[in-house]
Design a protein around this ligand. Structure first.
Ligand SMILES: *Cc1c(COP(=O)(O)O)cnc(C)c1O
Length: 394
């Protein structure tokens, strides 16, 4: 394994996480018990919704969201072409057809509501929106389109725990992502803002949807082992065809610890993003997405846009050879072999984004001096690389 001088991400784990795990081990109850129940309650309060349902991953959350909304064979689900592949895979898993649409702009790589409306057919039943990099998509426009066409709205909030957007109700306030659509989906995978290793959460205000999600999570069974252990129930019925997408107590305990640190850690991410911006914003022809409205973002990713694919590739190579890990979030979903035959609307903006984007290292414990190291390398390529063809513009 390569040891990076500056890794792309790192976890903030310490004594609190260690004692959370020990607490569970010593309790001798390992899955779907008090830690999961409390985590769900704390998470629902954090997002400001009536229900939070813990599951084994963000992908399981997306799968159950589509099932609970009755999405199935013959249905179309509109989603952004720039996204992690989980939403598309789960659309196929329920027998439905993903339809990929373009993003707003290279510097705003979230789903374009106007493109969604253009892609609606009489088979469209749902939209999966993603809050890219921790930045809320244009939720109000999207809700309006979904309302006009009676489409369900699922938020893939896996990047964006802790992010909020301005409500447009009489008194405009802040509302957390995950509470904007019918169902919100979160992930606690090892590189996310809230880390449990694996794990996920569904959020919803709809009681009937929450009831179905709980059934689908555990074999369609009407009671849990925990309830039977405590004498709250003696047997169970199976009322639908469910799965085992349960979260265990260790991961829930880790999640609870990380939830307590989330505000602070998201602020630390923002400080590092601000440092990046102050170093890089002067670079001619380079762009930093979401600059105009990032106050309430979760800052999951630090993304910059190079002026061209050639400069991007050159920069990535220069960073790699100096020990700086980078990534690309994401290739266009339809560029993957398994999705090449899918219906996609014109994706010119997505294509431009995927050609020029670089994801730079970002995590709460990242030394600010490492931000400077990364920026120096980029500045060097940008100013002194061999790529510049045009003269200086003024
Ligand atoms: C991580 C992620 C997922 C999947 O979550 P897992 O917990 O890894 O299954 C889905 N969508 C997005 C946008 C993600 O970043």
């Amino acid at each position: 394994m390569t040891t990076w001088r500056v890794p792309l991400s790192d976890v903030d784990y310490g004594a609190e996480e260690e004692s959370a795990v020990l607490r569970v081990l010593r309790s001798r109850w390992l899955s779907m018990g008090p830690e999961v129940e409390t985590f769900e309650r704390e998470f629902a309060a954090f997002v400001g919704v009536r229900h939070a349902i813990a599951v084994s991953s963000g992908t399981a959350a997306l799968h159950l969201a589509l099932l609970a909304l009755d999405v199935g064979p013959g249905d179309e689900v509109i989603q952004p072409a720039i996204n992690f592949v989980a939403a598309a895979n789960m659309t196929v898993a329920v027998g439905a057809t993903p339809v990929f649409v373009d993003i707003v702009a290279p510097n705003e790589p979230t789903i374009d509501a106007a493109e969604v409306e253009r892609a609606v057919t009489n088979r469209t039943v749902a939209v999966v929106a993603m809050h890219y990099g921790g930045h809320p998509c244009r939720i109000h426009q999207l809700r309006a389109v979904c309302g006009r066409h009676r489409l369900a709205l699922v938020e893939d909030a896996c990047h964006s725990i802790g992010a909020s957007f301005r409500t447009c109700l009489p008194r405009s306030g802040l509302q957390a992502v995950g509470s904007a659509g019918d169902i919100g989906c979160f992930s606690f995978f090892a590189n996310k803002n809230l880390v449990a290793g694996e794990g996920g959460m569904l959020t919803t205000d709809r009681d009937e949807i929450a009831r179905r999600l709980r059934l689908l999570r555990s074999h369609g069974m009407t009671t849990l082992s925990w309830d039977r252990h405590h004498g709250h129930a003696t047997s169970y019925d199976v009322v639908c065809h469910g799965y085992n997408y349960r979260l265990d107590e260790i991961h829930a305990a880790l999640g609870r610890t990380q939830l307590r640190k989330l505000r602070t850690n998201n602020e630390k991410r923002q400080q590092r993003v601000l440092r990046y911006i102050s170093c890089l914003e002067g670079l001619q022809d380079w762009e930093i997405p979401f600059q105009s409205f990032f106050e309430h973002a979760a800052h999951h990713l630090m993304v910059v846009l190079a002026p061209s694919r050639r400069v991007r590739d050159e920069t990535v190579e220069r960073l790699r050879s100096t020990g700086v890990q980078t990534s690309l979030h994401y290739r266009i979903v339809t560029s993957f072999a398994a999705f090449q035959s899918c219906r996609a609307e014109p994706l010119d903006v997505s294509r431009r984004f995927a050609e020029c984007a670089i994801t730079l290292p970002l995590f709460p414990g990242m030394p600010l001096s490492d931000v400077d190291v990364v920026c120096k390398i980029i500045q060097n390529v940008a100013c002194c690389g061999t790529h510049r063809s045009g003269g200086n513009r003024t």
